[in-house]
Design a protein around this ligand. Structure first.
Ligand SMILES: Nc1ncnc2c1ncn2[C@@H]1O[C@H](COP(=O)(O)OP(=O)(O)OP(=O)(O)O)[C@@H](O)[C@H]1O
Ligand SMILES: [Mg+2]
Length: 288
């Protein structure tokens, strides 16, 4: 099966600034793929080259086997794109925006689909209000509806859940998971490191370079775990690797010791781990 995304030695310069540096990446179909990195890492630039709104300086990208610039019209109906800043018509209602994007893609049974997706985004009551009267998070939700209305095979979501409240964030991730199960590929950028844990695979981007590509589980294992236990009433602490083997070894030793009355584990949080990986890589590069 063709990969959903194939990126080959891609670099992108804005004048003297190298925003993407020699990116090589393959994304299989039907997965939730996370692009994680701090502000300015190059996430939006990468997504823009994939949806054909930016031309690579060198290298090439393929989406569903096609070139996003040369095959723009062929790809259009298969790609959904939610930009980081909602690109909506402020003087149209939420529903009219969705109908506009749907009609541009010749979506059959459009009225009903628009109503269904508005209901999912919990915007039914506000469907006929002008978008300019909406909050930032509500605009994001309309923008997500517009990206999904034509049931694309691959969706590029640039920070889809930034400024979305926790309840709707969970709902959004439930929807993303459902879409992935039905074979849709989701390529999601986020600077929220905890969202990396919800993806099938994660690419960490730092300063335009790929720092790591891994599953969330393996990323967590790169962290440390603080182990606290009470031995004869005295609280003791040690720091362990977070791999299952090292945790199991240590717990087995403690479990066999009758003087131990309590044990607790506190793993590194993903934010520290990701920032640590980025820092290590950048240090090793600057010291040669
Ligand atoms: N149109 C542009 N002209 C010049 N420089 C740009 C342009 N767009 C982005 N950049 C620069 O390219 C780098 C990458 O920016 P990009 O927007 O891709 O990062 P990002 O990871 O999406 O960040 P954020 O989390 O803030 O959205 C930054 O240094 C940014 O200043
Ligand atoms: Mg961005």
């Amino acid at each position: 099966m063709t990969n959903a995304v194939e990126i080959d030695h891609l670099s992108k310069d804005y004048g003297k600034l190298r925003a993407l540096d020699n990116i090589i990446l393959s994304v299989p179909q039907g997965a939730i793929y996370g692009l994680v990195g701090p502000n300015g890492a190059g996430k939006t630039t990468l997504i823009k080259t994939l949806v054909g709104t930016l031309k690579p300086t060198t290298g090439s990208v393929k989406v569903l086997g096609l070139d996003p610039l040369q095959d723009k019209w062929k790809l259009r109906k298969h790609i959904g794109y939610m930009p980081q800043t909602a690109a909506l018509y402020d003087d149209l209602s939420a529903k009219k925006n969705i109908l506009f994007f749907g009609a541009a893609q010749n979506v059959p049974d459009l009225e009903k689909k628009a109503d269904d997706i508005l209901a999912f985004a919990e915007l039914t009551d506000r469907g006929n209000d002008l978008v300019r009267t909406f909050s930032g998070g509500m605009k994001k939700r309309v923008s997500l509806c517009c990206a999904l209305i034509h049931q694309p095979k691959i969706v590029f979501l640039d920070e889809p859940t930034a400024a979305i409240d926790p309840h709707l964030k969970i709902e959004s991730w439930n929807l993303f998971r459902k879409l992935a199960k039905s074979g849709v590929t989701l390529f999601i950028s986020t600077h929220l490191m905890d969202e990396a844990l919800l993806c099938d695979k994660v690419t960490i981007l730092g300063n335009g370079k790929i720092i790591a590509v891994d599953t969330p589980q393996k990323l967590l294992e790169r962290g440390k775990t603080k182990l606290k236990y009470s031995e004869n009433g005295e609280v003791k602490e040690s720091i362990l690797d977070s791999t299952p083997e090292s945790l199991a070894n240590e717990l087995q030793k403690l479990g066999l010791n009758q003087n131990i009355t309590s044990i607790s584990l506190q793993p590194d949080n993903i934010e520290n781990i990701v920032l640590g990986i980025i820092g290590e890589k950048q240090n090793s590069e600057s010291t040669g």
